[in-house]
Design a protein around this ligand. Structure first.
Ligand code: CP
Ligand code: NVA
Length: 324
């Protein structure tokens, strides 16, 4: 008997597992498409009619699930939600089998899970695009929305991405790593204020720093890692943070609270940023922990615009992956 054939990754299939799966030009093009979709100039003619997106969630979600489901439906397609409770993946079916089977039913697969290697394994065995809807390492879909919000808040055509300054305050988590990837692609200055022991992924940091060093020689951005939130925020355009304990770290929440307390984004800290600075947070937020209510519900906050942009940015992503 001959061995069963193994599904090989189909040539030409694009996956979106990390922001750097796109080039700078592709990312900027995607942001333009997201703006066009938001304004209603494009996308009303069901460009993804009869297209099916599988949505696998091994962690909770409000924004990612609903924005993807609503987004595919607005483009004329259909989403199928699967959680661990109702899929065989949740009972231990091998990822390659799941990838191969789903690829024969649907046009794209979004996965939210713990280990980043799981989405990589999924992509390696899928003949349709795989989208990372958050892993412990990256949350690239969130960055699409965050960058869209920045383009809506600042005149980037005049300012230029290289002149933009962003401060990340708090945990060196999946969001911090994704900001590093964004800085790598767009060349803005990124200052991360992170408590000792909670640094971002070393490889992701090193890549972004290497790129920034090269760009620096041409007057480009910098990547700064500091323990001092005040230093990070001084004169920046964007201040952003995230929860102190991510999904899967619930048991560490109490011990993390101590380490992170000096890293709260409050009015005094925000006052060090530019007068026109905006505050971003991927949500869900814990008011009184990583950010005060005054800041997240205050005039500089763009968090609900940012959350809405998940919808527009992911519609653009689906179009670029499925209708290249
Ligand atoms: N920001 C974000 O991904 O939110 P959800 O966990 O609600 O999807
Ligand atoms: N860092 C957070 C982001 C939630 C959208 C987490 O992984 O739980």
């Amino acid at each position: 008997m001959t061995a069963p054939t193994v599904t090989a990754p189909t040539p030409g299939v694009r996956h979106f597992l990390r922001l750097t799966d796109f080039s700078r030009e592709e990312l900027l093009d995607l942001l333009e498409l997201a703006a066009a979709l938001k304004s209603g100039r494009v996308g009303r003619d069901s460009p993804l009619a009869r297209t099916t997106l599988a949505l696998i969630f091994r962690k909770s979600s409000t924004r990612t699930r609903v924005s993807f489901e609503a987004g595919i439906s607005q483009l004329g397609g259909h989403g199928i939600f699967l959680s661990d409770r109702d899929s065989q993946w949740g009972r231990g079916e091998p990822i390659p089998d799941t990838a191969r089977v789903l690829s024969s039913y649907v046009d794209a697969i979004m996965v939210r899970t713990f280990s980043h290697t799981e989405v990589e394994e999924m992509a390696a065995h899928s003949s349709v695009p795989v989208i990372n809807g958050l892993t412990d390492l990256f949350h690239p879909c969130q960055l699409l929305a965050d960058l869209q919000t920045i383009t809506e808040s600042f005149d980037l055509a005049t300012l230029g991405w290289a002149a933009l300054k962003v401060a990340w305050i708090g945990d060196g988590n999946n969001m911090a790593n994704s900001w590093l990837n964004a800085a790598l692609l767009l060349g803005f200055e990124l200052r991360l204020a992170v408590p000792e022991g909670f640094d971002p992924d070393p490889a992701t940091l090193a890549l972004a720093q290497a790129q920034a060093r090269d760009a620096g020689e041409r007057g480009g951005g910098r990547i700064v890692l500091t323990r001092d939130p005040a230093e990070a925020v001084e004169g920046v355009h964007v201040v952003t943070t995230d929860v102190w304990a991510s999904m899967g770290q619930e048991e560490e929440a109490a011990s993390r609270m101590e380490a992170f307390r000096p890293f709260q984004v409050n009015q005094a800290l925000l006052a060090r940023a530019l007068p026109e600075a905006i505050f971003l947070h991927c949500l869900p937020a814990h008011r009184g922990e990583e950010v005060t209510g005054e800041v997240i519900d205050g005039p500089r906050s763009r968090v609900f615009q940012e959350a809405e942009n998940r919808l527009h940015a992911q519609k653009a992503l689906l179009l670029r992956l499925l209708r290249p």
